[in-house]
Design a protein around this ligand. Structure first.
Ligand SMILES: Nc1nc2c(ncn2[C@@H]2O[C@H](COP(=O)(O)OP(=O)(O)OP(=O)(O)O)[C@@H](O)[C@H]2O)c(=O)[nH]1
Ligand SMILES: [Mg+2]
Length: 533
């Protein structure tokens, strides 16, 4: 295998990749054509890549069959004055065995093996085609089908019809990418005086050049007189010997298909999902999924639990009566608390219509950005990728939030310390009050008074009572302030972890599918670039 064969194989593979990536997204026509080229290339190489298939094509009566006979030195092709004469394609080959598989693939049923001899061409399958401008539709269909399959084409024209629009607009112009594997033969040269023949050839050359067929050689022949037949045989022999016709033809096929795909894919920069749009979606989804409610719940729960733990015991019983905000939202579960069979539903408020509309808009903005400038089929897929599971999205968010570790349950170590101090201070209050009440009670019952104990010049009972109350209240105030700081810190942490949970869901459900589609588009673009060669 030569380097150019390797390169062709790489281009065919790239075209196959582009087809695969574009399936269901790109223009169905361009994708189907490219797929057909990939299939054809594989088959053509498989069915005897060593042969070169060359066909005589042209208008009826131009002399295709006559030239075919002249070149092959046979009378196999029917030549006649009535038009059209050839109605079925015919193929010949030289040597000991016909390349039946190749001829089957070409669907040529009329086939002949020519004996080795002076007119022999090895590794050539030569075809005589029906006319392309026939009144018979079947003829044109045969020509169109085989024009797609053969490796090289010899267009036979005559002095009357060499400029016919049917040939130039219908075939030559659209086949410009195949200029290198075509040859135009002006037959019936014997009908023109030499000067006119030159004019005719000049005019033909000009026409072809204008049609992008500069690379297509022209020559004059007369099948009747045998003029130019030797040169035509030499041209055929060269084409066969250099073994490039098939590869060139396939390369041109790949180029044409890739160009159509490239046009369909466009050349604008591949869009991307911006951070801003992503953050916007995370924010509105977070709101719709009640993240602020949970954050506030965490703050309140911390506050409530902290003040119960550190507050003045005489009043904390009131706080105990208030419902716990997180428990009300059924969020007071550490990660270990989820039993696997239990559907982990929270009792968060459902998204309001306004919140849902914002989510919708956020998603739309994100996808508009990601689909911006993409061809329609691709843009639709990007939209599908991000929007096909909105309900699922909210459900997953709910579960993610319920699953987030809010770390409120555990409280903090100094709460216990404050709690112990509060109980000690309360004990002091009780002891002080008891002491102060004891003497009047003892006096009334006639029992001896307790001895007066002075601490810092103040009666101990008074000091215990007042100190206990003041200490308790001050400790409660201090605890309150510290709890508030903790509540805010925990609310912030909860917001972070909830937003991370939302971001993860957004990444999995929205960004990754959209990104996958954009990556696929990029892959298609890159593959087409390689296929273009
Ligand atoms: N004067 C002259 N007549 C030719 C030449 N080549 C072919 N003819 C005649 O032109 C007529 C048509 O020739 P064919 O070879 O049957 O033409 P064709 O292109 O195969 O035609 P279809 O099979 O109908 O498409 C026949 O009468 C040939 O004898 C030539 O070089 N000079
Ligand atoms: Mg014919």
């Amino acid at each position: 295998m030569s380097a150019s064969d390797d390169q062709l194989a790489a281009r065919v593979r790239a075209l196959a990749d582009a087809v695969e990536a574009s399936a269901g997204r790109g223009s169905a026509e361009a994708v189907d054509k490219a797929r057909a080229v990939v299939g054809r290339a594989g088959e053509r190489v498989a069915f005897s890549g060593s042969y070169t298939v060359i066909a005589f094509a042209g208008a009826t009566g131009s002399g295709k069959s006559s030239l075919f006979n002249a070149v092959t030195g046979s009378e196999l092709a029917a030549v006649a004055v009535r038009r059209p004469t050839t109605s079925k394609a015919m193929g010949v080959s030289w040597g000991t065995e016909l390349p039946h598989q190749l001829l089957d693939w070409l669907d040529i049923t009329r086939r002949h093996l020519l004996p080795s001899g002076p007119n022999e061409f090895s590794d050539l399958v030569l075809l005589d085609l029906p006319d392309h401008d026939s009144t018979e539709v079947g003829h044109r269909l045969t020509v169109d089908r085989l024009v797609e399959l053969v490796d090289a084409l010899i267009w036979v024209v005559d002095p009357q019809k060499y400029a016919d629009a049917a040939l130039h607009d219908g075939y030559l112009k659209p086949l410009a990418p195949y200029a290198e594997v075509m040859l135009v033969v002006l037959n019936q040269a014997d009908r023109l005086p030499p000067a006119e023949l030159d004019n005719c050839l000049t005019d033909l050359r000009r026409l072809l050049d204008a049609e992008g067929l500069r690379a297509t050689p022209i020559m004059a022949t007369s099948a009747l007189r045998g003029t130019g037949v030797v040169e035509l045989r030499e041209a055929l022999a060269r084409t066969v010997a250099n073994k490039q016709a098939m590869a060139r033809r396939l390369a041109a096929d790949v180029g044409v298909a890739a160009a159509a795909l490239a046009e369909d894919l466009g050349s604008q920069p591949v869009p991307a999902v911006s951070r801003l749009a992503q953050q916007q979606v995370i924010r509105v989804l977070g709101e719709a999924a009640a993240v602020p409610v949970v954050v506030q719940g965490v703050r309140q729960a911390w506050r409530r639990r902290g003040s119960v733990a550190t507050g003045w015991p005489f009043v904390t019983w009131v706080a105990r009566l208030r419902p716990d905000p997180l428990r009300r939202l059924r969020l007071d579960l550490g990660p270990g608390d989820h039993s696997p069979t239990e559907v982990n539903r929270t009792s968060l408020p459902k998204a309001t219509a306004v919140q849902r509309a914002r989510v919708d808009q956020g998603l739309r903005e994100l996808t508009d950005e990601a689909a911006g400038g993409l061809p329609r089929g691709w843009a639709e897929r990007v939209r599908d990728a991000s929007r096909n599971n909105e309900l699922l999205l909210l459900d997953r968010l709910d579960a993610a939030i319920a699953g987030a570790d809010l770390t409120v349950r555990r409280g903090t170590w100094w709460w216990a310390l404050f709690g112990v101090l509060q109980w000690l201070l309360m004990a002091a209050v009780v002891a002080g009050a008891g002491w102060l009440l004891a003497n009047p009670v003892l006096a009334a019952t006639g029992l001896p008074q307790l001895p007066e104990v002075l601490w810092y010049g103040i009666p101990a009972g008074t000091l215990l009572l007042v100190g206990g109350v003041l200490g308790g209240v001050l400790l409660a105030v201090l605890g309150r302030a510290l709890v508030e700081i903790g509540a805010n810190a925990h609310a912030r942490a909860a917001r972070r972890s909830l937003e991370a949970a939302v971001a993860e869901v957004v990444a999995e459900e929205v960004i990754e599918p959209v990104q996958a589609e954009l990556d696929r588009y990029r892959r298609a673009r890159e593959a087409v670039r390689v296929a273009l060669g």
